[in-house]
Design a protein around this ligand. Structure first.
Ligand SMILES: [Cu+2]
Length: 123
């Protein structure tokens, strides 16, 4: 009986570890709505990015509005290395970043220290 309990607890712990490392954690994503040949997405910066996955339509001028609520200096810059963007994000200020949507693909953005990440898809 004890062996069975130990086995069950062991299986439960392994299951938890597998879920923790490989499970699909909830990721907030947003697809930009196109209006009058313009698209924009608002992103809140607080302990990470919300949404952290963004889909933009190819060829439509796009703006990402970052608002940093987090006081941490870790998130005070946002870097889109593929686009040569390294933008300062003053706290509680809406910072608009124009994105060139001419080339479809998957791109990443990150904080200035490359610790927090977001994903941008242009299609
Ligand atoms: Cu950082």
């Amino acid at each position: 009986m004890t062996k069975l309990i130990v086995l069950l607890v062991g299986v439960a712990i392994i299951g938890f570890i597998v879920w923790w490392f490989f499970g699909k954690h909830q990721v907030t994503s947003a697809e930009a709505a196109v209006k009058d040949n313009h698209q924009s997405v608002d992103i809140e910066v607080s302990g990470g990015y919300s949404p952290e996955k963004i889909v933009l339509k190819r060829g439509v001028p796009a703006v990402l509005n970052f608002t940093r609520k987090d006081a941490s200096t870790c998130l005070d810059r946002v870097v889109f290395s593929d686009f040569g963007i390294n933008q300062e994000l003053p706290q509680n200020h809406r910072e608009s970043i124009e994105i060139d949507t001419s080339k479809p693909g998957d791109y990443e953005w990150a904080c200035g220290m490359d610790m927090f990440h977001g994903k941008l898809t242009i299609k």
